[in-house]
Design a protein around this ligand. Structure first.
Ligand code: CP
Length: 313
């Protein structure tokens, strides 16, 4: 088997990846990180390859980092947003995707508000499809970049570590992908959220559920705060926002209850003072901007792996 062989056409969710495949992507991202630190941040590896970024929901980090990642590998990247596309004239997701495929991209990166949208396309298209976030379902490259960030802090042997994921779990594709990934990596996961912001079936997740934030943070090695996804909320799920902040905002007092070397992550965008305090987000323990930097290296690894998966060396 050549070094570039990869058995998956698409990246839809971390549950499709084996432990060795996850480690391979993290190791490759570490090598690509070095390119991002050079004065000239570009290599010719994917010259002539085409990547379409099809974002049907807003994004700053994911979309920009896939674009930067593709360009740093010398691929041609093209962006399509819903506003300005023929979706606003009623074109279906399937027809939009088939139209994009007719332009012969190697990879389509898609973000969509419907859970399963990326899998729907992957079944119908010959090119690779990368899920950049589908509804409440999955955000695999976010979970992988979170693992990359914590591996840089913890080292390669992460067994025995504990991570707390706290906040709006119900609406979070990041939480779901992270729980799956950390279990594969042998890290214990705790979850905490207001009762109305827990998804049905959370008791079956491979994670320990807490109903008290102070108890949940005790002794953990990392805390991941989640954005309160107000745009996906139904009325009545929350008390007013100031009460939410008072009861559930992660601050320095929570970090002081965690392990001495504990760090805080957040996938972004953050609502300062709502789910995470400004002091915690800006503290020396924050790894939020490291996550953004990791996103470029990790997405370079994903694009390279999928584009080269059938190449014979
Ligand atoms: N974490 C994340 O997906 O951020 P964006 O919505 O800005 O891409």
């Amino acid at each position: 088997m050549s070094e570039t062989h990869w058995p998956h056409k698409d990246l839809l969710d971390v549950e499709d990846l084996s432990l060795s495949e996850i480690i391979r992507l993290l190791d490759m991202a570490a090598r690509f990180k070095e390119i991002n630190e050079r004065p000239v941040k570009k290599v010719p590896t994917l010259r002539g390859r085409g990547i379409i970024l099809f974002f049907a929901e807003p994004s700053t980090r994911t979309k920009t980092s896939f674009d930067v990642a593709g360009k740093r590998l010398s691929a041609d990247t093209f962006s399509l947003a819903v506003s300005g596309s023929s979706i606003t004239k009623g074109e279906s997701l399937k027809d939009t995707a088939l139209t994009l495929q007719a332009m012969s991209p190697d990879i389509i990166v898609i973000r969509h508000s419907s859970s399963g949208a990326a899998a729907f396309l992957a079944e119908r298209l010959d090119c690779s499809v990368v899920n950049a976030g589908d509804g409440r379902h999955a955000h695999p490259t976010q979970a992988l970049l979170d693992a990359f960030t914590l591996r840089e802090h913890w080292g390669a042997d992460m067994s025995g570590k504990t991570l707390l994921i706290a906040g709006d779990i119900a609406h979070s594709r990041v939480a779901r992908s992270n729980v799956l990934l950390w279990n594969k990596l042998g890290v214990s996961v705790r979850v905490f959220g207001p009762r109305t912001l827990l998804p049905p079936g959370i008791s079956t997740w491979p994670a320990k559920l807490y109903d008290n934030l102070e108890e949940a943070v005790k002794g953990v090695d990392a805390i991941m705060g989640l954005r309160l996804q107000l745009e996906r909320q139904q009325a009545g799920l929350l008390p007013d926002l100031s009460e939410y902040a008072q009861r559930f905002c992660i601050g320095l007092k929570h970090l002081s209850l965690a392990a001495p070397e504990a760090v805080i992550l957040h996938p972004g965008p953050i609502n300062r003072g709502l789910e995470i305090s400004a002091e915690a987000a800006d503290s020396a323990k924050s790894r939020i901007l490291d996550q953004v930097a990791a996103g470029v290296a990790l997405r370079m690894a994903v694009l390279f792996t999928l584009a080269m998966r059938n190449e014979v060396e």
